[in-house]
Structures are given as structure tokens and as C-alpha cells.
Design a protein around this ligand. Structure first.
Ligand code: SAH
Ligand code: SF4
Ligand code: F3S
Length: 457
């Protein structure tokens, strides 16, 4: 028997047989993590990864539905990929991820573009789907699962810096924010077995990694029950931080309604739990927050900010904001600007509201803020954030930070870049430092995006 042609675990004939697989990833960090799970599954089935779509036998596009422009970009990319299909008649193009879940038939009906459609909970089925698609059938699996967490699968790392990696700790979302498509594309919330999370963190550390980011749509509702004992997010954070003091731990995303003092106190106990919290506000107006079904008020949100400042001095805070949600007035918008000023965000992701079919907002509220007004408001938000980022960075000038080196600077190979615990990028002269080292850097200068510094011994 030729073992190259057999999947040893199941003794099934393998599908890949050395064929080349290319994966392109759009959307959030969860998708980036999922692509690594997909690669692990398909390598186990005999596929080899290639970074060149032109030479691939299978191209998978891991997609995002969060805003209409995200989907439009993917349609454009699928049309571009037709050139490869013309050259290689056997090429299979698969759409996986959130857009696969949302559009299903609409995708597979585009026969000249798409051969396979697999939703976020169907990745274990990819070998079978590829076999079907290879035989000319329409291969679709968009079943969502209440349990799937890909818990025991060791992702094959695609992001090659060898220093920082994502670890998915939960999947799905139960929050039903009225504007958001994620609960429909990713299904119900479920947490991953902590033992498999810890094992993955240990393996990464032993493999030279020095930073992990724990991922979930709402990490603060992490919950694992084992007999009588229940582990929450604070317990998990403490356990991952204990893997090694030299392993930095970050997490994303925290929902303000669930960010507890217990989590903040746990962070305070472990210096390797990074001093950076991403706390999406979405809006500064309580009226908007209610329509968005965020389940907190402006005052509650500011109370959480106060708790961070009190329990974790020096912690940086970043956010997500949406401009022009249904019925938003100039006054609501000004409240978003004033919230930004009051918190003094270090950075922010800022978006124009994009109505998503079948969400609560699409079903029950009019998308009534004219596009020009949305754009104007978004531009004001971006301009203010640039100022706030610069202000926040200027406060760091003259101070010293421990920086984890991530790579060589794009501008000059005599310089390296890395991050502070607060998640700010610092560029500095390389000296004898290597990627993966911790170095001390004094900040000497900054822009709104980057800190510049010099190493200190
Ligand atoms: N689970 C995370 C966010 C995931 S989506 C959380 O709740 O914080 C990332 C961001 O996209 C959201 O925080 C929101 O700001 C933005 N977003 C989501 N749906 C959107 C929509 N329909 N239009 C515009 N922005 C949206
Ligand atoms: Fe979407 Fe809200 Fe869930 Fe975040 S918490 S993924 S915004 S529904
Ligand atoms: Fe996009 Fe899905 Fe993430 S819609 S933002 S890829 S969870």
C-alpha cells in the first residue's frame, strides 16, 4: 500500500493527493483563524498549500458579509478568478465563511464562478465537498451547529511572523445587535474546551510564539461547564496567562455589557495580560444604543471605562463606531463625538451603517439617513479619531515600554517594529535585536499611527 495515497487516520482514499490549495481570507480575525483550521483539515487530506493562485488546483475564498461593500469586493474577486478557471479546466473555486452561509444557492447557482459553498461550521466536511465538486456536482454544506468549535484541530499557521497567533475560544454570537449579520452567518454562541485552548497556547509558546490573541465575538461570555465547576472568561485568562510569563495574551472582542470587574482584576494580576482593551461602543447616544439592541447606555459604557482606568491604569482603549444608523440625528452624532473625546480612544474602527438583509434593523427600521449625511458624519468621526490617536501617542513620548519585536520595518531594513503591551506599533533601530525578542524602547517621536523610539538597556 502506498501511504502517500491514504489518509492514515481514517484509511479513506485521500482527496488532495498533493494537489495545490490556495486560500484567500477576508473579514475579521475569526476568519483568519478559521482559514488556518481549514488548511489543517485539508492538509490532513493530502492537499499542499500554495501562495500562488495561478498554480492552484483548489482556490478557497473565506468571505465576510458584515457590510455590503465587503460582499461586493468578493463578487469582484470571484469574477477575477475566472481567468484561472479558463486556463485550468479542473480548477475548483470554493466560497467559504459568512457570505457562503448567507447567500448559499445564490452563490452555487453562479456555475461559471463557484463550485463549492461551505459555511463556517461545515469545514470538517470540506474533503467530501471537494470530492463532490470534483465530480461535477454542486457541493453545498451550510449547516450551522450548536456544538462545533474545531476544538482538537491544530491550526496550520498562515501568518508567518512566527511571533503572534490567534486562538479561537468560542464561536457564534447570541447578542442580536439589530444591525448585525453575524448571528445569522455564525449561528449560536458556544465555547471551546479550555484544555484544548491551553494545549494550543503551550504548543505555540514551545514553537517560539510570544503572543496569542484569544478570539470570540463576545469573549466575556466565555463559559465552560465541567461537572460542578464552571470556568468563565476571567478563569480562562488566568490559565492562559500562566502558560508562561513570556507569553503575551490579548483578546477580542469585549462586549461592554459583559466586561466584568473580575476580568479587569485578573488582568491586573498578570503583567503578560496586555494592557489594551477593545471595547466597541458603536454610538455615544443612548437612544441609538437602544435601537441597536446593545443592552447598555452611554452612562453604563462610561462606567466601564472608569473601571478600566481605576483597575488597570495605563491600559489603552480602542473601539468600533457606526455612523448613520437608522433615525440617527445630528444630536445623536454629536454624542458619539463627545463620547470619543471623553474616553480619548487610542484607536478606532469606524464604519458607515450598511443595512444587512434579514437583520432586525432591516426588517423593522428604515435606513433613513441619506448616504451623503452618513459619509459626512463618518468623516468627522475619522478626523476626530486621528486627533485623539495623535494625542494618545504624544503622551507616550519620553516614556519607556517593553516591546515585542514582530518584524522588519517596511521603510528600512535597519529598523524593526513591534508592539507595546498597549498594542501600539513602535519602530526603532534594530541593533542586535531579533524577531520574537522583548526589548526596552524609549519613545522619542510619534505620528497618529506609529511611535518611534530608541532602545535602552
Ligand atoms: N462582535 C464584535 C463585532 C463584530 S463586527 C462586537 O460586538 O463588538 C465588527 C464591527 O463591524 C462592529 O463592531 C460594528 O462596528 C461593525 N458593523 C457590524 N455590522 C455593521 C453594519 N451592518 N454596518 C456597519 N458596520 C457594522
Ligand atoms: Fe454582531 Fe453584536 Fe454579536 Fe458583535 S455582539 S457579532 S455586533 S450581534
Ligand atoms: Fe465578517 Fe463573518 Fe467576521 S461577517 S466580520 S467574517 S464573523
Amino acid at each position: 500500500m502506498n501511504l502517500n495515497h491514504v489518509n492514515i487516520s481514517g484509511l479513506r482514499p485521500i482527496v488532495g493527493d498533493g494537489r495545490k490549495l490556495y486560500i484567500e481570507t477576508y473579514g475579521c480575525q475569526m476568519n483568519a483563524g478559521d482559514s488556518e483550521v481549514v488548511l489543517s483539515i485539508l492538509q490532513g487530506d493530502g492537499f499542499r498549500y500554495t501562495e500562488d493562485p495561478a498554480g492552484a488546483d483548489v482556490i478557497l475564498i473565506n468571505t465576510c458579509s458584515i457590510r455590503d461593500n465587503a460582499e461586493q469586493r468578493i463578487w469582484g474577486r470571484l469574477r477575477e478568478l475566472r481567468q484561472y478557471k479558463k486556463k485550468n479546466k479542473g480548477l475548483l473555486v470554493g466560497v467559504i465563511g459568512c457570505m457562503a452561509e448567507r447567500l448559499r444557492e445564490k452563490l452555487i447557482d453562479q456555475e461559471e464562478l463557484v463550485n463549492l459553498v461551505a459555511g463556517p461550521d461545515a469545514y470538517r466536511d470540506l474533503p467530501r465537498l471537494l470530492r463532490e465538486a470534483g465530480g461535477g456536482a454542486k457541493a453545498v454544506n451550510v449547516l450551522l451547529s450548536g456544538e462545533e468549535t474545531y476544538a482538537e484541530i491544530s491550526p496550520v499557521r498562515l501568518d508567518k511572523n512566527g511571533v503572534s497567533a490567534y486562538i479561537s475560544i468560542m464561536r457564534g454570537c447570541n447578542n442580536m445587535c439589530s444591525y448585525c449579520v453575524v448571528p445569522y452567518t455564525r449561528g449560536a454562541e458556544r465555547s471551546r474546551d479550555p484544555q484544548t485552548i491551553l494545549r494550543e497556547a503551550r504548543e505555540l509558546f514551545d514553537g517560539g510564539y510570544r503572543e496569542v490573541t484569544l478570539l470570540g465575538q463576545n469573549v466575556n461570555s466565555y463559559r465552560w461547564k465541567n461537572g460542578e465547576t464552571v470556568a468563565g472568561f476571567a478563569d480562562l485568562l488566568g490559565a492562559v496567562a500562566s502558560v508562561d510569563p513570556k507569553l503575551r495574551v490579548r483578546f477580542s472582542t469585549s462586549h461592554p455589557k459583559d466586561l466584568s470587574d473580575e476580568v479587569l482584576h485578573t488582568m491586573a494580576r498578570y503583567p503578560n495580560l496586555c494592557r489594551a482593551i477593545h471595547l466597541p461602543a458603536q454610538s455615544g447616544s443612548t437612544r441609538m444604543l437602544e435601537l441597536m439592541n446593545r443592552k447598555y447606555t452611554r452612562e453604563w459604557y462610561l462606567g466601564r471605562i472608569e473601571a478600566i482606568r481605576r483597575i488597570l491604569p495605563g491600559c489603552s482603549i480602542s473601539t468600533d463606531l457606526i455612523a448613520g444608523f437608522c433615525t440617527e440625528t445630528d444630536d445623536d452624532h454629536r454624542q458619539t463625538l463627545s463620547l470619543m473625546e471623553e474616553v480619548g480612544y487610542a484607536s478606532a474602527f469606524m464604519f458607515k451603517y450598511s443595512e444587512r438583509p434579514n437583520t432586525k434593523a432591516a426588517r423593522h427600521m428604515a435606513d433613513d439617513v441619506p448616504d451623503g449625511v452618513k459619509t459626512a458624519r463618518l468623516n468627522e468621526i475619522i478626523a476626530l479619531q486621528n486627533e485623539l490617536s495623535l494625542r494618545s501617542n504624544r503622551l507616550d513620548v519620553g516614556r519607556e515600554f517593553e516591546v515585542l519585536v514582530e518584524g522588519v520595518s517596511k521603510r528600512s531594513d535597519r529598523q524593526l517594529f513591534g508592539r507595546t503591551s498597549q498594542n501600539k506599533v513602535v519602530v526603532f533601530d534594530r541593533g542586535d535585536a531579533r524577531v520574537g525578542d522583548y526589548v526596552r524602547v524609549r519613545v522619542t517621536d510619534c505620528s497618529s499611527a506609529t511611535l518611534h523610539g530608541q532602545r535602552v538597556e
